[in-house]
Write a protein of this length. Structure first.
Length: 328
């Protein structure tokens, strides 16, 4: 989290300095707006935070406006800005706007570079993710593989963007229950990211481990799933600390697999940690807190602690009643 704060300070200072020196309508200023967009996008991905995605959209939009006024529509930096905006529209659930931006980006970059260029490949990857998000999986697979082949021809196998494409392919195959392919792609992403990040303590590594865990969950291989759930938890504790939603989810998933393995005392302790974190960061009247209480019901019942199970069940019910009443 400290790295994000350092990045925000740097980008904000750089933006203000460049605006003073060059003015608002200058490519150097656009670079700073784009950098701030990247910062907010990464923080949004880190925390799954829609507000951060909105901040990213604002900065990407400013960068786009400046670049269009300087270069006109047919310029590579304008194409890249459109793609950045499209990614944020996807995160914000705005399907049509996202497709429009990605299509504009692709048209501009194909005209300038042709197909076999890294910037064009990034847009193919964005369009693949768009198609995956909205269920057109055949088209998504075609575009992912197109992006992958371009990047491999340009950079070889060990490149950060190639890892991202492998990861996206792994996630899609896992969703489609194509488990062997999901494992293959996720492992390739993991191998590249471990080299790139020089170790395991990074969000990308945790994401790859998590995807592998979900594949083993689908395969019913609880021992392997547990191993990867433990790796995910260890990383999130290291990079996020305890009081973070990602850490709470990692406790939750590890508790559930321990429950399936009939490791009931361990499952109970892990689920208690999950509940404690959710109460701290979400408060008592939150759906995830209610889910944590519900999961504790199963653990307590399995250990014959029926009074504790009943109390947790009642608390979960009360929370959900309050949440539903507020929605009405």
């Amino acid at each position: 989290m400290g790295d994000f704060k350092t990045a925000l300070k740097y980008y904000t200072q750089a933006l203000e300095t460049r605006k003073e020196i060059f003015g608002e309508n200058h490519e150097v200023t656009a670079v700073s707006f784009s950098g701030l967009g990247v910062y907010h996008q990464r923080l949004g991905e880190h925390d799954n935070n829609l507000e951060e995605y909105s901040q990213a959209w604002d900065n990407y939009q400013k960068a786009l406006e400046i670049r269009k006024s300087i270069f006109g529509e047919e310029h590579a930096e304008v194409g890249i800005s459109y793609d950045n905006l499209g990614q944020m529209y996807q995160k914000l659930g705005k399907k049509d706007e996202a497709l429009e931006c990605h299509t504009l980006a692709l048209s501009i970059l194909e005209d300038i570079y042709g197909e076999n260029h890294s910037d064009t490949a990034v847009v193919y990857n964005s369009l693949a993710h768009w198609n995956e998000s909205f269920g057109t999986f055949d088209e998504a697979l075609k575009l992912y593989l197109k992006a992958l082949n371009i990047m491999r021809d340009l950079y070889g196998e060990d490149h950060f963007e190639i890892a991202r494409i492998y990861y996206n392919l792994g996630c899609m195959c896992q969703d489609l229950k194509q488990n062997e392919k999901a494992l293959e792609y996720s492992q390739k992403a993991l191998d590249i990211w471990i080299k790139f990040h020089e170790g395991e303590n990074h969000q990308n590594i945790a994401s790859a481990y998590s995807n592998i865990a979900f594949v083993y969950q689908d395969l019913g291989n609880c021992q392997e799933e547990q191993e990867y759930r433990e790796k995910v938890l260890k990383i999130y504790l290291e990079i996020n600390g305890k009081n973070h939603q990602s850490t709470a989810l990692a406790y939750n998933f590890l508790a559930l697999v321990c429950f399936k393995l009939q490791q009931y005392p361990k499952a109970l302790e892990l689920q208690k940690e999950c509940l404690k974190i959710s109460q701290e960061i979400n408060g008592e009247e939150h759906e995830f807190t209610a889910t944590s209480y519900s999961n504790l019901v199963y653990a307590y019942n399995s250990m014959g602690q029926y009074a504790e199970a009943s109390e947790c069940n009642q608390r979960a019910l009360r929370i959900r009643l309050k949440i539903n009443t507020k929605k009405q």
